[in-house]
Design a protein around this ligand. Structure first.
Ligand code: UT7
Length: 335
């Protein structure tokens, strides 16, 4: 039976490192508020004058992952690119990345799904591998969010949270009878909360996409009903964890590490306490990176690998919730 194994990882964060104090010079906020309410101390943003796109951040993470896997880009069967901040509206960033990698005619699939983009990507890659449609896949989560934030008091809730970065993984089909690699995944969506976290451009249900009204109403900046999303997260993340554990016939104690999406440290702490997960078994890095949306989970995984915090046979759980509303998780066992 073919199993999906993460052979290597890579990450890339832009050099510019923005401390909370820098933001408090631009809007009414403070380091104290941001740390207390979100856990974030700093984040990486692309420099204001840099000529960089989301696919460039993804490229840097991808070449690290490919080199660690010992793969040439043209050997890939598929590139899956999860982002909600593509370089341009059309075409998808996967095409830009494929070209920069020199990955000849390798198909490049863009997916959205925002904060659960990497989780959806993992499930898609696993389906390709189990159905023997692909043997070597590059999965990337990358975001360039800083330039679509409005750095003013009115939009300070989103301005202090979102950040830039990329994480990449090389996923290989391995023939084995053991229960390893992607063990199980569960994904959910509930479109009735679609308005709780959204950005109005470049598409639009009615009227012209770009018009003076759209600009006047600031529909081009992200809008978030933070309280609603927060409440949904602390309720739905424990629930989907229970579903995942039941499906995999496991208990919380069987998990060696939990890698949650990094939206708010308070959400992850509430989730940890609800499920009685020991502190050392959950990994957070939002303090230094902010919320990089589709990139949070692969960046965290790469850090854990680099710090040798995962060992063979460890079972890990990726979990997340975000705009859509979409939420879900993946249980993965290392070989
Ligand atoms: O990854 C995508 C999924 N997103 C999430 O999971 C985000 C979930 N939500 C959150 O993380 C939190 O709701 C926020 C961090 C966005 C906001 O924290 P909160 O504790 O829910 O604050 P709040 O929205 O209830 O606002 C409390 C106060 C308000 O002032 P008043 O009305 O009490 O005077 C806000 O205007 O805090 C104010 N506020 C700020 N103050 C200083 C909101 N943002 C800021 C800020 N600095 N950056």
């Amino acid at each position: 039976m073919k199993r999906s194994i993460i052979k290597s990882t890579g990450r890339h964060l832009p050099d510019r490192y923005v401390l909370n104090d820098e933001l408090s010079e631009l809007m009414e906020t403070s380091n104290e508020w941001i740390v207390q309410r979100t856990g974030i101390e700093a984040r990486h943003w692309v420099g204001e004058d840099e000529d960089v796109g989301t696919s460039d951040l993804a490229y840097e993470a991808s070449i690290i992952a490919l080199e660690r896997a010992g793969w040439k880009p043209e050997e890939l069967d598929l590139i899956v690119f999860a982002t909600m901040t593509p370089d341009v509206n059309v075409p998808g960033s996967g095409a830009f990345l494929q070209n920069r990698l020199g990955a000849k005619k390798v198909p490049a699939l863009d997916i959205r799904q925002q904060c659960t983009g990497f989780l959806h990507g993992l499930e898609i890659c696993d389906a390709y591998i189990r159905s023997e449609k692909a043997k070597k896949i590059l999965l990337v989560g990358a975001e360039f969010q800083s330039r679509y934030l409005e750095l003013v008091t009115e939009n300070r809730d989103t301005a202090v949270i979102f950040a830039d970065g990329a994480g990449a993984v090389c996923i290989e089909a391995v023939e084995t009878n053991e229960d390893v690699g992607v063990i199980t995944s569960i994904l959910h969506a509930d479109g009735k909360h679609a308005d709780a976290l959204r950005a109005g451009l470049p598409a639009r249900k009615s009227g012209k996409a770009i018009s003076p009204t759209v600009i006047k109403n600031k529909e081009h900046f992200p809008y978030m009903d933070g309280k609603t999303v927060f409440k949904l997260a602390v309720t739905l993340l424990p629930k989907v964890t229970e579903e995942l554990l039941l499906k995999a016939n496991m208990k919380v104690e069987d998990l060696n590490m939990v890698i949650p999406h990094q939206a708010n440290l308070r959400i992850n702490e509430a989730f940890r306490q609800r499920l009685n997960i020991p502190e050392e078994k959950i990994y957070n890095n939002i303090q230094q990176y902010g919320n990089t949306t589709a990139a949070t989970i692969p960046i965290a995984l790469d850090e854990l690998m680099e710090k040798n915090m995962l060992k063979p046979n460890d079972t890990i759980m990726f979990i997340g919730l975000g705009a859509g509303l979409t939420w879900g998780g993946v249980i993965y066992k290392l070989i």
